[in-house]
Design a protein around this ligand. Structure first.
Ligand SMILES: Cc1cc2nc3c(=O)[nH]c(=O)nc-3n(C[C@H](O)[C@H](O)[C@H](O)COP(=O)(O)O)c2cc1C
Length: 177
């Protein structure tokens, strides 16, 4: 797929068919993550197919027990974690999150390229996720990527205009393209 088509055409997909995602496609997604820009490779990827585990991943409010159903209903979730054991202050605050985010974006684009639908989910119950996945102390979940063959085309979300988010040379200097 042409790069611009992938960047512009990808949408968050939250409805999936029952078709399972083949292991070789999951491997291709993880290889895409692997080739993202990296600092210390603190990233860790946990592939989850187990329905009970996915139910826990789908919870985002410990008190009310509210869930994001698409996380439970996706055939596969990839939980992106970062291993902060021994990390420097800058690593914790910036690098670990940035390299993980680069990997996540690679996974989303590759998924679209492979005909899969995906959604980046940042809303989840941290403690429940750590517990159900058996994460060691210091390993933090960052995002859950829900994946499957798409059963919707995704909705376009209104975005700010490019001019609204770009400053030239210094804060406040705006100009039209
Ligand atoms: C850091 C981050 C966290 C997100 N968390 C969630 C989430 O918890 N649940 C969800 O359905 N979508 C989540 N999204 C997806 C956004 O809602 C989505 O990207 C946005 O609405 C734009 O739509 P698009 O991806 O189709 O372009 C998240 C996206 C980012 C970047």
């Amino acid at each position: 797929m042409e790069l611009d088509q992938a960047i512009r055409g990808r949408r968050s997909i939250r409805k999936y068919t029952d078709r399972d995602v083949e292991d070789d496609k999951i491997k291709a997604l993880l290889e895409a993550a692997y080739w993202a820009p990296r600092v210390n490779e603190r990233w860790v990827f946990i592939v989850v197919r187990d329905p009970e585990t996915k139910k826990v991943l789908s919870r985002y409010d410990a008190e009310s027990g509210r869930t994001q159903p698409h996380v439970a209903n996706a055939p596969v979730d990839i939980v992106v974690c970062t291993d902060l054991r021994g990390a420097s202050e800058r690593d914790r605050r910036l690098y670990a999150m940035q390299e993980a985010s680069a990997a996540i974006q690679n996974i989303l684009l590759k998924a679209y390229d492979l005909g899969l639908g995906s959604c980046w989910n940042g809303s989840f119950d941290d403690d429940a996720v750590k517990n159900v996945l058996g994460l060691p102390e210091g390993v933090e979940p960052i995002a859950i990527i829900s994946l499957g063959y798409p059963a919707e085309s995704g909705r376009g979300i209104r975005r700010k205009k490019l001019e609204e988010i770009v400053h030239w040379e210094r804060w406040g200097n705006r100009r039209p393209f």
